[in-house]
Design a binder for this molecule. Structure first.
Ligand code: ZN
Length: 187
């Protein structure tokens, strides 16, 4: 039954959900816990996956489609039809490595902008999957980065808030017609 909620990775001309962009306040409000994993939640997950694949993304958080809920979908290998996506409901970081690493990030809510962000290299994450079952994974590499980026969205934080290089940040945002004023730097 739950297998049905995972869509194939076809790109749709008209994805079911609308992605909101930097400057939109829906991206800044903290998401609420999901009390029960029911068919409505599964339907949202399915539509988020379809929207993510259609937009060539590797992760999407519910606030990006103006849904104020703690859910994110991730697929770090979208070109591979057999790699299953992950659906994370009420995710929590249980531990993060002291070792940090830098890598370039982008975001479906800030199209065209790519900048370096420093994050822990490995994270252990607890969450509920689409069946409501509690799960725990240790993520590293790209997966660890995507999960941390998407979990930031659940707290109203965007990757540009974490960019240290002000000059590059201003340059990239301006070039893509985003306002620097929409950034809320993390102290
Ligand atoms: Zn994002």
């Amino acid at each position: 039954m739950t297998a049905l909620i995972i869509p194939d990775k076809t790109k749709l001309d008209k994805p079911p959900l609308e992605i909101h962009y930097l400057g939109d306040r829906v991206l800044r409000s903290p998401a609420k816990r999901i009390a029960k994993v029911d068919d409505k939640v599964r339907q949202l997950a399915r539509e988020m996956l379809q929207t993510m694949y259609s937009s060539d993304g590797i992760g999407l958080a519910a606030p990006q489609v103006a849904v104020n809920k703690q859910m994110l979908v991730v697929d770090s290998d979208p070109e591979n039809a057999t790699n299953p996506p992950l659906i994370l409901i009420n995710p929590q970081i249980k531990s993060a490595s002291k070792e940090l690493c830098d890598a370039q990030e982008g975001c479906l809510s800030i199209p065209g902008v790519y900048l370096d962000v420093t994050r822990p290299k490995v994270v252990e994450v607890a969450f509920k999957d689409e069946t409501g079952r509690p799960r725990r994974i240790k993520a590293k590499g790209l997966l660890a980065r995507v999960i941390q980026h998407e979990m930031d969205h659940l707290n109203g934080v965007l990757f540009v808030d974490r960019v240290k290089n002000d000059l590059m940040l201003t340059d990239e945002l301006t070039k893509h017609n985003f306002s620097v004023k929409a950034v809320k730097p993390i102290a």
